[in-house]
Write a protein that binds this ligand. Sequence first.
Ligand code: HEC
Length: 119
Amino acid sequence: MTQQNNLFICGLACALLLAPGCNQQKHANISTTDLYRLHCSGCHGDGTGNGHIAQTLKTRPRNLQHKEWQSSVSDEHIQKVIRDGGLSAKLSEEMPAFATKLTEQQIAGLTQYIRRLGM
Ligand code: HEC
């Protein structure tokens, strides 16, 4: 089954069940690539910071593919920024916090995804 179908069925199931706390974004079946597309690429684009929203930001998201940046930060830093937002690491407040939208596992997955961008 394609990822798109998966997403559709997940959304449909959530809509039909109308279960309290049924949060599509926290659904375990969504792939890390889709999570990145859904939550991050609007600003970060392919990692270089060329997302369509990026032009409207005061702070241009840095190039996450950059090797020097990659080696200057720990996985913990990346996870913290995703979980608690830019301000938590003295970066731009325009980097949102995803603690309520993503599980710890998804944040860890996205961290590895970002690591792969730098290769
Ligand atoms: C609304 C735009 C926006 C969205 C959406 C967004 N970011 Fe960011 N992100 C930023 C900005 C702006 C910065 C700060 C860049 C700076 O201060 O140099 C940032 C910083 C970061 C950093 C830290 C870079 C550093 O300098 O240490 C990481 C990692 C990151 N974002 C990952 C993500 C991930 C993963 C997602 C999706 C879950 C995401 N971002 C969603 C705008 C965004």
